[in-house]
Design a protein around this ligand. Structure first.
Ligand code: ADP
Ligand code: MG
Length: 184
């Protein structure tokens, strides 16, 4: 099966989860992430959920109220994005592709993030990621060193699949589902 066909199947599976289930599982995933946070300050890259993606809003509120700093993607073109600081929930605005982004000017290099939390349409046992087919995260991480940032994928367990990664695919170090942690 091609990556495109599998991606569509996995998106269909995710879309079929009832809203209430997605909300509950998203909260569990947020809790798992929260329990991983150290006491020293982290620069945390995350994302604003679109459609049926795992929604980390609950985690974001906790981060905003903590010593840690939050950054979210801002799409710049069909191939690139940057990570913009988000210090207050009122600083959110609609961005490209209908994805919420930050109004704040301050950005951070991907390599300067401690954590990068990413959505996916699917993941495999080896930690490989299926995105939306844009390759945004693959390109952003191409020149980053291992574990800088720590690549964290979040997904519902129903999104686990088996596929052949492409040479440019950047794997996750950790995957968090409602069932807990998977370490590569
Ligand atoms: P996704 O990771 O979003 O599921 P793919 O891995 O299929 O999507 O990548 C989508 C496109 O992005 C591919 O056509 C690929 O050629 C391109 N791409 C990915 N990484 C890079 C990179 N590091 N440099 C240039 N193009 C890339
Ligand atoms: Mg890829």
């Amino acid at each position: 099966m091609s990556k495109d066909t599998l991606r569509q199947e996995l998106l269909d599976t995710r879309n079929r989860l009832p809203n209430e289930t997605r909300r509950e599982l998203s909260r569990l995933i947020s809790k798992h992430l929260l329990s991983m946070l150290p006491t020293d300050t982290l620069q945390i890259g995350s994302y604003m959920a679109l459609g049926s993606e795992v929604d980390l809003q609950w985690l974001h509120f906790e981060i905003l109220a903590s010593v840690h700093r939050l950054y979210i993607p801002r799409i710049l073109s069909k191939t690139s994005m940057e990570m913009a600081a988000l210090d207050h929930e009122e600083q959110v605005t609609a961005g490209a592709f209908g994805i919420a982004t930050s109004l704040q000017k301050e950005t951070i290099d991907f390599a300067a993030l401690d954590w990068l939390i990413m959505p996916c349409s699917g993941f495999d046992q080896q930690g490989y990621r299926l995105g939306m087919g844009g390759g945004f995260y693959d390109r952003a991480l191409e020149y980053c060193e291992p574990y800088a940032p720590l690549r964290i994928g979040v997904a519902f367990s129903a999104q686990q699949a088996s596929f052949e990664p492409d040479p440019w695919d950047q794997p996750f170090d950790w995957i968090i589902t409602e069932d807990g942690f998977i370490r590569r």
